[in-house]
Design a protein around this ligand. Structure first.
Ligand code: PMP
Length: 434
């Protein structure tokens, strides 16, 4: 008989192993997930008492770190009032309070808000709104979207259809999804002078396809899960001008970049633009609960009212969940009350210094840092099990994918913790440690 693997040691882990799917895994999972029993500040607490510095901020959402008293108090106060009521025919101060805060901080002109239940759903809602917009405008043939290679917008159908068709996890469904148009990924790093030629491929595609296009969807300044690539704000500003020139809707997906990650509250601000439709999620609740938002200009929402349906055709059970809305409001208040800009700058400086040694390694293709995002791009795919072993031995939680070892940590990460994260990333890149 073989000894029981460590991850089956406790009864709950055995249940997890036998019955629970994890993201993008087989069942049972090939590599056992780490058992987490608590989280505090910027650390995860494992079942055996070990603490890991969380360099992932729970897939980029836990911007304040964990167990924040202000968010806990807000959640508890709302629980005592009500956790949830339907939003059809009913409303509550939690949703209005969040709307009021969002209106104060998002790019000017976005005034109509749909509170959805996850990032992918916010993208579905954005695309449905764009489709309905053109139906209402009497141009139903405008039903394709222009998206970008290396983009990622979520795992639901329309969201998959606008995510990179080749590099992503969605290739399996390629010929079952709505067929969209793809422009090359922006090739204009934010730290080099902008060459207007970078816009030529997308300009040519828009020119060719304008009559069939409903709009363009893009992640502002940072292409996240599709490759952790950064691009110049002038590209986004140019794209806004191209959309205006051809009457296309610009959909900005700030699900990953919203709430300070790139050094401004929203990455759009660095390009000085307002999209027609904006998607937010992830850090909206400080990583506490699932909630997302799709915001549109009045021009978009008013047009939908005039369409065949006269309504925005979406309405999930947990729309505008009061508990999530209350926590989101508390998270925005906490962010704005603190010195988030200095924290993001400090992280950027720390990541630049800490990751620089990796640039000299022959196994490394590129090291790049933008705001509170640090990336080591390898020449070859990273061995995830080995990478996890190296990182956890160094007391750090990292989750590389493909050729990318990256961090998007909570903003309060201290300089010492930042150094440890960078050391762990460099150790994975050099294949040492573990
Ligand atoms: N858009 C972007 C830019 C994202 O990074 C993600 C999630 N990584 C999504 C959409 C999908 O969000 P969710 O996982 O909450 O559905």
């Amino acid at each position: 008989m073989t000894a029981e693997p460590a991850h089956l040691a406790s009864p709950w882990q055995a249940i997890d192993h036998a019955h629970l799917w994890h993201p993008y895994t087989s069942l049972p999972a090939a590599v056992a997930p780490l058992p987490v029993v608590g989280a505090e500040g910027c650390e995860l607490i494992l079942a055996d008492g070990r603490r890991l510095i969380d360099a992932m901020a729970s897939w980029w959402s836990a911007i304040h770190g964990y167990n924040q008293p202000a968010l806990n108090d807000a959640a508890q106060a709302q629980l005592a009032r009500m956790s949830h009521v339907m939003f059809g025919g009913l409303t509550h101060p939690a949703a209005a309070g969040l709307a009021e805060r969002l209106l104060r901080i998002v790019p000017a002109g976005l005034e109509s808000i749909f509170l959805a239940d996850s990032g992918s759903v916010a993208v579905e809602v954005a695309i449905k709104a764009a489709m309905q917009y053109w139906q209402a405008a009497g141009q139903p043939q405008r039903r394709r979207l222009l998206a970008f290679r290396h983009g990622y917008h979520g795992d639901t159908c329309w969201a998959m259809s606008v995510s990179d068709p080749a590099n992503g996890m969605h290739r399996l469904y390629a010929d079952m999804l709505p067929q969209q148009r793809f422009a090359p990924a922006p090739q204009c790093p934010p730290d080099a002078p902008f060459e207007p030629a970078a816009l030529e491929p997308v300009a040519a595609l828009i020119e060719q396809e304008a009559d069939e296009l409903a709009g363009v969807i893009i992640e502002p300044l940072v292409q996240g899960a599709g490759g952790m690539r950064f691009y110049h704000p002038a590209f986004l500003a140019g794209l806004r001008r191209l959309c205006d020139a051809h009457g296309l809707l610009l959909i900005c997906d700030e699900i990953a970049t919203g709430f300070g990650r790139t050094g401004t509250l929203f990455a759009c601000e660095q390009a000085g633009i307002t999209p027609d439709i904006l998607c937010l999620g992830k850090a909206l609740t400080g990583g506490y609960l699932t909630l997302a938002a799709t915001l549109t200009t009045r021009a978009v929402s008013a047009r939908l009212n005039g369409g065949e349906a006269g309504v925005l055709m979406h309405g999930p059970t947990f729309m505008a969940n009061p508990l999530a809305c209350t926590i989101a409001s508390a998270s925005i208040d906490l962010l704005l009350a603190g010195d988030w800009q200095a924290r993001v700058r400090r992280l950027e400086t720390g990541l630049r210094a800490g990751l620089a040694p990796a640039a000299a390694l022959p196994s490394v293709r590129e090291v790049r840092v933008f705001g509170a995002i640090g990336v080591i791009e390898m020449q070859a795919p990273v061995d995830m099990a080995r990478a996890t072993a190296i990182a956890t031995a160094a007391g750090v939680w990292l989750r590389p994918f493909g050729r990318l070892i990256y961090t998007m940590p909570p903003y309060p990460l201290t300089p010492v913790q930042t150094e440890r994260v960078c050391e762990a990333m460099c150790a994975i890149a050099s294949g040492t440690g573990g």
